[in-house]
Ligand binder design. Structure first.
Ligand SMILES: CC(=O)N[C@H]1[C@@H](OP(=O)(O)OP(=O)(O)OC[C@H]2O[C@@H](n3ccc(=O)[nH]c3=O)[C@H](O)[C@@H]2O)O[C@H](CO)[C@@H](O)[C@@H]1O
Ligand SMILES: C=C(OP(=O)(O)O)C(=O)O
Length: 418
């Protein structure tokens, strides 16, 4: 099994090019089965989750052709199978995003229940309830969601009980081929939802209001093909910004979008960073030991849960006490015991991680438990004294393209070993 070996202590300096967003690319790939013509997707990140998505699509009968390292031609004409099996769904929860598009286009879908994962139970009841309101007949048996509808899904007004990102995306994508108008209330406002809406509209869909809490979709009989560029990854950007500040560096993230990162940049500034930005870049300069910050995760535009683990690593070395409260997932502090192995002084009280910053972390063997927990361990390794060995890095490869290469180019001493 591969590991990352990091010798900490080098401040990060230079420029890093940000990849396309995992959490935008995955729903877009699944929605690429909706049209009746080919779709070209650009700026698709080279990630394990993308390879899993292409495999899932290929099992359905979608063929894809690589047009370069980050571009694919998706050909949805050959779909002859409507089942997303447990073997693939268990490795990537976002597989659930195939449910809405398959049902809308073919009137049937069988998708394995994703089940719980390290960060929480993560049920999909809102996806199922919304599709039922659109006329689908859905049963859950033997670990599979079996969905069918006679004819087309029907437009409906759906009030979501909770804000759900993939729930909103599944219903929005399904609604593009429904008969009539669908209104999704209490919709997620995450930038990835907007990116999916823009992609759907580029194929002739009529989706309005994405980025607000009410999305209206005017259903069409069919969608056409096209070309679309996936938005930059705001979480990868945020991760590099935190790594730069933690190491006392000076880093510019290129090919990104600062408008998606207000809450993160606010906390970085509170932590003592100087931030400058342009339309598609952000520069962070560290001046002193980071100051501690207090964070509450919440749906966009508030602070993203996908960035809290990285800030736990930052607070661990900050000059004073700070806390991080997680309100989205019930078990998203798996990184804390690992950070403690490196000398961090962090206490867990319910859903809050309270940290008393230490001057120096020390290298240790640590283990990844989930994607962003892995990122926090890498950041801790970059600042720790001595060698840190990060194990089970398949988690990090789900969501960070060539992380060790990008960090090495910024001056980090990091290598991947088998
Ligand atoms: C592929 C992708 O885009 N993943 C992101 C997406 O996950 P995902 O879309 O799975 O997360 P949700 O927004 O759905 O989850 C938010 C909360 O709602 C709950 N819930 C959700 C659906 C449902 O049917 N019932 C229910 O109770 C969840 O358990 C969780 O407590 O948004 C999360 C929250 O920003 C991010 O951390 C993930 O990186
Ligand atoms: C939790 C995440 O992803 P997923 O929903 O795919 O597990 C993430 O991107 O941080």
């Amino acid at each position: 099994m591969q590991k990352l070996v990091i010798c900490g202590g080098n401040p990060l300096h230079g420029e890093v090019v940000i990849s396309g967003a995992k959490n935008a690319a995955l729903p877009i790939l699944m929605a690429a089965l909706l049209p009746s013509e080919d779709v070209q997707l650009d700026n698709v990140p080279a990630l394990q989750d993308v390879r899993t998505s292409l495999k899932l699509l290929s099992e359905l009968g979608v063929t894809s052709e690589s047009l370069g390292p980050n571009s694919y031609l998706i050909k949805p004409q050959g779909i002859n199978h409507h089942v997303a099996s447990y073997d693939l769904v268990k490795t990537m929860r976002a597989s659930i995003l195939v449910l809405g598009p398959l049902l809308a286009k073919f009137g049937q879908a069988q998708v394995s229940l994703p089940g719980g994962c390290a960060i929480g139970a993560r049920p999909v009841n809102l996806h199922i309830e919304g599709l039922r309101q659109m006329g689908a007949d859905i049963t859950v048996e033997n670990g599979y969601i079996n969905a069918k509808v006679d004819g087309r899904l029907r437009g409906a007004t759906i009030l979501m009980d909770m804000v759900s990102v993939t729930g909103t995306e599944n219903l929005m994508a399904a609604a593009t081929l429904a008969d009539g108008v669908t209104i999704i209330e209490n919709a997620a406002r995450e930038p990835e939802v907007e990116d999916l809406a823009n992609f759907l509209n580029s194929m002739g869909a009529d989706v309005r209001g994405a980025g607000t809490d009410t999305i209206t979709v005017y259903g069409k009989e069919k969608l056409h093909g096209g070309t679309y560029r996936v938005q930059p990854d705001r979480i990868e950007t945020g991760t590099f910004l935190v790594a730069a500040l933690a190491t006392g560096g000076d880093v510019t993230c290129r090919n990104t979008d600062p408008s998606m990162l207000d809450a993160v940049m606010k906390k970085l500034t509170e932590a003592g960073a100087t931030i400058t930005k342009g339309d598609d870049w952000i520069r962070i300069q560290a001046a002193e030991r980071p100051r501690p910050v207090n964070i509450i995760t919440a749906p966009h535009p508030a602070f993203p849960t996908d960035m809290q683990a990285q800030f736990c690593a930052l607070n661990a070395i900050a000059d004073g006490a700070g806390w991080v409260r997680e309100t989205i997932f019930e078990n998203r502090f798996m990184h804390v015991p690992e950070l403690r192995r490196m000398g961090a002084n962090i206490e867990l009280e319910g859903n809050t991680a309270i940290s008393k910053g230490v001057k120096q972390l020390t290298g240790a063997h640590v283990m990844c438990t989930d994607l962003r927990a892995s990122a926090s361990l890498v950041i801790a390794g970059l600042v720790a004294q001595g060698e840190t060995v990060v194990e089970r890095i398949y988690h990090i490869d789900r969501g960070y393209e060539a992380i060790e290469k990008k960090l090495s180019a910024l001056g980090a001493d990091i290598k991947r070993v088998s």
